[in-house]
Design a protein around this ligand. Structure first.
Ligand code: ADP
Ligand code: NA
Length: 358
């Protein structure tokens, strides 16, 4: 049996929304439930899934300490409520495993500045932040490289927006091996430390996953639904009560045309709302959906859509509530997850430190 490790995470900044759920967390549940697969030769591959709440990433933008605590617990509880099963997958908080921060420092010292200066996301976020932009925001991709490299994961599920960060993790891993693991030096250091001289990192590859639905903002068809949009009405939060969901859908941006259709570039709102409608009713085809709602006016469709979202989120919200009423259980899940993560992460860190001469 070959063991494959997959690490995924969402930042605990604000409330998780339909985009995070449909585009990420719901896919994780699928990974978890398909953890056993076979390779071409019929060998069993078992995937160990690590689902992380990446709180160290969340502080790269200005943040409120009380909100960070709440948002971290709430995100973890939502992973569980959405179907992540701690008996099958590991759920943990990034800052609970200190190797993330420690490896980041080691990697910082071998990463050329200009590799980070090229990162598109930094340029975009920094522009919004102006003068007060922190070093942490610049360094974010190195922390992400540490996240990936610590778990010896060879395949990383990434969306298009994260591809450049994954390439950087590969480059850093290669540079580390070139600098410290060539020739006999590393072998001797390992021998002196009494550990096998295995490669420090596994070079990660992008895993091409069937992309989850990309959900767009409810108030502007051209930008994605996001936590960082200051307008709360632009997104459906997973924990929004039914009346709030109905109100947001009622007010969301539409066009002046009658009837609904997919993929008309002039009608991004129609595509987006149909996509949401389909995604919250797993198993339904586009055809089936158009038969039901294709001829409706927006005024007729909106309450139908709102009902479908409310119905889909209701059981998740109920499970969430039950989990949050039992903090002891949640902390235990996070502790078990952190212990399991730490076992793997600290082994990698140890090899990295030996290779560098610590
Ligand atoms: P946000 O933009 O809300 O801060 P993140 O950047 O933290 O979200 O993304 C966390 C995960 O959720 C990523 O896997 C990302 O691909 C997914 N995701 C975020 N927003 C959307 C969206 N609007 N549609 C689909 N997936 C999304
Ligand atoms: Na984001």
């Amino acid at each position: 049996t070959r063991i494959k490790r997959v690490l995924s995470g969402v930042q605990p900044t604000g409330s998780l929304h339909l985009g995070n759920y449909l585009g990420a967390i719901r896919q994780w549940v699928e990974f978890q439930d398909n953890a056993e697969t076979q390779d071409e030769e019929g060998n069993l591959i078992r995937t160990e899934n690590f689902f992380c709440v990446v709180d160290l990433h969340a502080i790269t933008m200005p943040h409120d300490p009380t909100e960070l605590t709440e948002s971290t617990l709430s995100s973890a509880a939502l992973y569980l409520a959405a179907g992540i099963d701690p008996s099958k997958s590991r759920v943990f908080v990034q800052s609970h495993v200190t190797a993330h921060a420690e490896l980041t420092w080691l990697l910082n010292c071998i990463t050329p500045m200009n590799w980070l200066e090229r990162m598109i996301q930094f340029k975009e976020k920094a522009r919004k932040q102006g003068e007060s932009v922190g070093v942490g925001l610049f360094d974010y991709p190195v922390l992400m490289a540490a996240d990936i490299l610590l778990y010896q994961a060879d395949q990383i599920p990434v969306g298009e927006d994260q591809r450049q960060h994954l390439e950087l993790a590969r480059d850093i891993s290669r540079r580390f091996h070139d600098l410290f693991c060539k020739g006999n030096k590393y072998k001797k250091l390992c021998k002196a430390a009494g550990v096998p001289s295995r490669p420090v990192f596994v070079e990660p590859n992008a895993m091409i996953v069937k992309s989850g639905a990309r959900i767009m903002s409810l108030s502007d068809g051209n930008s994605k639904m996001s936590k960082s949009d200051p307008n709360d009405a632009s997104r459906i939060n997973i924990l929004d009560p039914p009346d709030v969901i109905r109100e947001k859908i009622k007010k969301c941006k539409t066009d002046a045309q009658v009837g609904l259709e997919w993929d008309n570039p002039d009608r991004p709102e129609a595509t987006n709302l149909l996509t949401i409608f389909q995604a919250v009713q797993p198993g339904r085809t586009r055809e089936d959906i158009l038969n039901e709602v294709g001829d409706m006016t927006w005024g007729q469709f909106k309450p139908v859509l709102a009902d479908a979202i409310v119905n889909h989120l209701e059981p998740i919200q109920e499970r969430y509530k039950a989990i949050r009423e039992d903090d002891e259980y949640l902390w235990q899940v996070l502790k078990d997850g952190a212990d399991a993560a730490d076992e793997i992460a600290s082994r990698t860190l140890k090899h990295a430190k030996i290779a560098m001469g610590f």
